[in-house]
Design a protein around this ligand. Structure first.
Ligand code: RM4
Ligand code: NI
Length: 289
C-alpha cells in the first residue's frame, strides 16, 4: 500500500499550515507521498532522488517542490542534508499580489511539480552560495516563529514563508539549466496571461512572449501544465469567479463579464464543467457553509 504522510502527523495540533523539518542528515526514508506539499532545499551532501516517474542526482543548492500525491524517495545517501518546508497550499494564498508576475514563481510552484509528473527531467533550480545563505536566513526566522508560537506567530511565520517563496521565485529566473529556461519561458507566458486574464489573447502573442513558435509553444505548454492555453485561461477565470461569488454580492452576469467572459451562458456552462455546480448554487453552498 502507498505510504502517505498525513497532515495530522506532521503539522502542529493548532492546525497552522506550515511546518519545517530539517534533516541533518537525511536518514533512509522509503517511498512515500504526502497529504501536503513539500518544498525541499538541499543544503549539503548528495543522493539519488527517485520519484515514481524519474530519478536524478541531488546536490547542495538544489531546490524543488514535491506536490502532494506524488511519490518520492531518497537513495544512495551520502551525508545528504536538507530542509523540508511542509505546507498546505489550499490554506495559503501563495500567488499573492504581484507574485504571479514573476515567471519563476509559475516555473517552481505550478509548472515544475506538474511537469515532472509527465516528463523525466532533473531538478532545475540551483541556488548559489549567496542565494542559499539568504534563503536559510529566512528559514531560521520561520523556525523561530514556529517554535515560540507567540501571539502573531501565524502572521510572522507566513510572512517569512512568503519571503522564501519570493526569493526562490526570483532565483529561478537566473537559472541557467536548459530545461529550467524552457519552463521559465512558459512561466513568462503564464505571468502575461494572469496580468491580462480579462482580455482576449491569441496564440501568436503568447508564443512570442515565450520566444517559441506556435507549434512548440503549444507542445511545451501542454506538457508543462497538462492542459491547453485556452483551458488554462478558462480555469483561471472560473477560479476568480468563485472568489467573487463568495466574497461579493455582484450578480452572476456581472461577474461573468468581470472575469473576462462576454457571454454569461457560456460562462455558466464552463463554470459547471469545472466545479460541477451552477454559479448560483455554488454561491448558495458557500454562503451556507
Ligand atoms: C522525511 C523525508 C521526507 C519528508 C518527511 C517529512 O525524513 O525528508 O521526504 O516528506 O521527512
Ligand atoms: Ni517527502
Amino acid at each position: 500500500m502507498k505510504h502517505v504522510l498525513k497532515i495530522d502527523e506532521w503539522f502542529h495540533p493548532d492546525g497552522f499550515p506550515i511546518s519545517v523539518e530539517r534533516r541533518e542528515p537525511q536518514e533512509h526514508f522509503g517511498p512515500h507521498a504526502h497529504e501536503f506539499a513539500e518544498l525541499v532545499i538541499v543544503t549539503g551532501g548528495k543522493c539519488l532522488h527517485v520519484t515514481g516517474h524519474d530519478s536524478w542526482e541531488l546536490t547542495a543548492g538544489d531546490v524543488f517542490v514535491i506536490a502532494g500525491p506524488r511519490e518520492h524517495e531518497y537513495r544512495d545517501l551520502v551525508d545528504l542534508r536538507l530542509v523540508n518546508i511542509l505546507y498546505q497550499p489550499s490554506q495559503l494564498k501563495l500567488g499573492l499580489l504581484d507574485l504571479p508576475s514573476v515567471a519563476g514563481y509559475h516555473a517552481l510552484f505550478t509548472l515544475e511539480p506538474a511537469w515532472r509528473n509527465r516528463q523525466p527531467a532533473k531538478g532545475r533550480l540551483h541556488l548559489s552560495g549567496k542565494e542559499m545563505a539568504q534563503v536559510i536566513e529566512w528559514v531560521e526566522r520561520l523556525e523561530i516563529e514556529l517554535k515560540t508560537r507567540e501571539p502573531g506567530f501565524g502572521f510572522m511565520a507566513t510572512a517569512s514563508f512568503m519571503q522564501i517563496i519570493g526569493l526562490l521565485s526570483r532565483c529561478y529566473g537566473r537559472s541557467p539549466s536548459p530545461d529550467g529556461r524552457a519552463l521559465l519561458r512558459i512561466g513568462e507566458a503564464l505571468s502575461h496571461l494572469e496580468r491580462n486574464i480579462h482580455r482576449e489573447m491569441n496564440l501568436e502573442e503568447l508564443a512570442s512572449i515565450a520566444h517559441m513558435s506556435r507549434r512548440s509553444f503549444l507542445r511545451v505548454f501542454q506538457s508543462a501544465t497538462g492542459t491547453s492555453p485556452l483551458a488554462w485561461v478558462i480555469e483561471q477565470r472560473i477560479n476568480r469567479a468563485c472568489g467573487l461569488l463568495r466574497q461579493t454580492d455582484r450578480r452572476v452576469t456581472e461577474i461573468a463579464f468581470d472575469v473576462g467572459f462576454n457571454d454569461s451562458n457560456y460562462f455558466t456552462r464552463q463554470f459547471r464543467k469545472i466545479t460541477g455546480l451552477s454559479p448560483r448554487s455554488y454561491r448558495l453552498r458557500q454562503g451556507a457553509g
